[in-house]
Write a protein that binds this ligand. Structure first.
Ligand SMILES: [Zn+2]
Length: 510
């Protein structure tokens, strides 16, 4: 009897566990058993491993063979265990030295001809392996760049099973360099393209400073999408920890490609309003997949025509907006995906989209408008600090305006304002202005006296609710941070109030 052990990784959400792949090859009637809660994909693994071995010039063991993946209770899904099963079989037959596999994790799907296919989640799998004390990894060549992002673990990438075998035998082998070398497109559109739109540009700058969620209302063609997709270009670039976290999520979704895979720019994710709940929140029948809200982690989630989204989707955003994570319950465990995003909602002002306030261009009844916008009101809008109208730029303004300020210039102001924010909030438990609690805003983070007097007057005249007051103050802090004021002044609060008052009356939200 020969026993051999190879290590791999099973992921659940962005977390995971090391899996032992143990091959037991004994004399007896030839048979092959695969144990350890395998799903359908894992059972098909047997056929792929057999073909790949034979097509790589190795023999399929003509003995009583058992391969067990443990711990058995762990939900193991997908095809990423093929390579570890193949190597366990070879090691069990003493065709490769098993001591060379001791501190190594092995990931990879095999194709029938012996090529090694890319897998999803190579990056988070490396984090799991390193944290479990492994110092080496064998991964698909196509995943080499992303797997190599994790320091402390030596990663080898292969495109063919035959090359892995040669490597483990200490023999010469030739890797072709023709693996996918597509770079991540890092072309974020620039704010310089946006002409006019002073108020909206100001609003997204403030949103970037304080991580304030934003509602833009305006007729189709007013430029809402153009503004939203430029928001990442003025947000702080992701530091290494954040970049690895974001890239991990995209890796699990199978979206990481190329030789420079680390995502340094805040992602921009814009699902269509017909997208399913699981496409947006996350889900999948077996393998939990991150949804749009997790792909937008540390970036922007843009919901255009927000009132048109599938029923329940907007409500389902509330929990992740609160906690910054989304939990997906599945048999065998709960998958957690980070989901801290800046939410940008866009909406037409009425069902037909032509409402202008004086009602001339539009036949929508007040009831129809109210019903349309009511999908946005309530608890979701409670979390949206900035609510603005976006007007189409007139031809005159278009002709008159100079080129807009470039993103790099705006981002520099955002970074300086963020610096002031983080110095002030250090030790408070709040990360950004949008997160500061109502009670803190009344005490240690209150505005200046005359600014508070202004807002209390609005409160007394019922032009703002207590909840609305907190939103105004949070935005006022971001305005003050941009202006370099120690505390929000009267003019900062006045601007913050203007940036949300128009729509609140229309939507009837606080
Ligand atoms: Zn209308």
């Amino acid at each position: 009897m020969a026993l051999a052990k190879v290590y791999s990784v099973a992921l659940l959400g962005v977390a995971g566990h090391v899996v032992e792949v143990e091959a037991d090859i004994a004399d007896g009637v030839p048979a092959f058993n695969l144990l350890g809660l395998p799903d359908a994909a894992l059972s098909e693994s047997r056929d792929r491993v057999r073909s790949a071995l034979i097509n790589s010039g190795e023999a399929w063991p003509n003995k009583r063979t058992t391969v067990a993946l443990s711990p058995a209770s762990l939900p193991k899904r997908g095809s990423g265990f093929d390579l570890s099963v193949a190597l366990a079989l070879l090691a069990g037959e003493k065709k490769i030295p098993s001591e060379r596999l001791g501190a190594t994790v092995v990931l990879g799907e095999l194709s029938l001809d012996g090529r090694i296919r890319a897998i999803a989640g190579a990056l988070p799998a490396m984090v799991v392996a390193r944290d479990a004390g492994f110092s080496r990894a064998i991964v698909p060549r196509a995943n080499l760049a992303e797997a190599s992002l994790i320091p402390g673990i030596e990663v080898f990438g292969f495109s063919q099973l035959i090359n892995v075998v040669a490597f483990l035998r200490g023999l010469e082998f030739q890797e072709d360099d023709e693996f996918e070398s597509v770079e991540n497109p890092s072309t974020v559109p620039d704010l310089a393209d946006v002409l006019g739109q002073y108020e909206a540009r100001r609003a997204i700058e403030i949103a970037a400073v304080g991580e304030h969620h934003l509602l833009m209302m305006g007729t189709p063609g007013a430029g809402k999408t153009m503004l939203a997709e430029r928001l990442p270009s003025i947000m702080p670039p992701l530091d290494t920890d954040a970049a690895i976290e974001v890239t991990s999520i995209h890796s699990i979704a199978g979206l990481v490609k190329g030789s420079t895979p680390l995502i340094r720019t805040p992602p921009f994710v814009a699902p269509h309003h017909s997208a399913t709940r699981s496409a947006i929140i996350g889900g999948g029948m077996n393998q939990p997949r991150p949804g749009a809200i997790s792909l937008a982690h540390r970036g922007v989630l843009f919901l255009d025509e927000a009132p048109e989204f599938v029923s329940g989707v907007l409500d389902a955003l509330r929990e992740p907006l609160e906690s910054g994570v989304v939990s997906l319950a599945r048999t065998g465990g709960t998958a957690l995906f980070p989901a801290r995003f800046l939410l940008v909602l866009a909406a037409n002002p009425c069902p037909c989209g032509r409402f202008t306030g004086d009602g001339r261009a539009c036949n929508c009844t007040p009831l129809a408008i109210r019903r349309y916008l009511s999908k946005l009101s309530g608890p979701l809008l409670d979390r949206v600090d900035l609510q603005i109208f976006v007007e189409p730029v007139s031809r005159v303004a278009l002709a008159a305006s100079d080129v807009g300020e470039a993103s790099a210039v705006v981002r520099e102001r955002v970074l300086q304002a963020r610096e002031r924010t983080s110095v002030r909030l250090a030790g408070s438990g709040f990360a950004t202005n949008a997160h500061v609690s109502g009670s803190a805003l009344r005490r240690e983070f209150a505005a200046s006296d005359d600014a508070m007097a202004l807002i209390h007057r609005e409160l007394e005249h019922h032009r703002v609710t207590a909840r609305g007051l907190h939103k105004v103050l949070r935005v006022a802090w971001s305005i003050a941070d941009l202006a370099g004021h120690d505390r929000p002044r009267r003019e900062d609060v006045a601007e913050a109030y203007l940036l949300r008052s128009g729509i609140s009356q229309l939507v009837g939200a606080a």
